[in-house]
Design a protein around this ligand. Structure first.
Ligand code: AMP
Length: 130
């Protein structure tokens, strides 16, 4: 069965889309740790990030870098942090999270943003992707 992220990529489930190219897709995490929390996924569905072949892995990181640069421009923060968890969704993905301190990376505390806030953030980040 297709993963929830494959369904998002295929447009079967809605998302707050940030960017895509032929091999990758980026969208806002629906339960963000911080405003601008973005997921970057390969379109090729592989369960575990570190099972991607080298080319896919490097290519995903380069795409994540491009998205991180866009988040930086929109969300005031000291750094864009990157995390790999993968316990919930078995489709390889990278979390990109704007942070000002280590505490901003606490996955036990999710934020509640309105639909309008999520839409606005996604549109701004998307427009900043080069
Ligand atoms: P993990 O697999 O542990 O890295 O966590 C999966 C992440 O995907 C969590 O942060 C969820 O909030 C996020 N997530 C799950 N379903 C969706 C969805 N439909 N749209 C956006 N983000 C999602």
């Amino acid at each position: 069965m297709a993963s929830i992220f494959t369904k998002i990529i295929n447009g079967e489930i809605p998302c707050y889309k940030i960017a895509e190219d032929d091999r990758h897709f980026a969208f806002l995490d629906i339960n963000p740790v911080a405003a601008g929390h973005t997921l970057v996924v390969p379109k090729h569905e592989v369960s575990y990030l570190f099972d991607l072949d080298d080319d896919e892995y490097v290519s995903l990181e380069l795409f994540a870098k491009k998205v991180a640069k866009a988040i930086e421009q929109v969300i005031p923060c000291k750094r864009i942090a990157e995390a790999v968890i993968g316990l919930e969704v078995p489709h390889a993905h990278i979390h990109l999270i704007p942070i000002n301190s280590e505490g901003d990376m606490d996955f036990r505390h999710k934020q509640q943003l309105s639909v309008e806030e999520m839409k606005t953030i996604a549109e701004k980040i998307s427009a900043a992707v080069k």
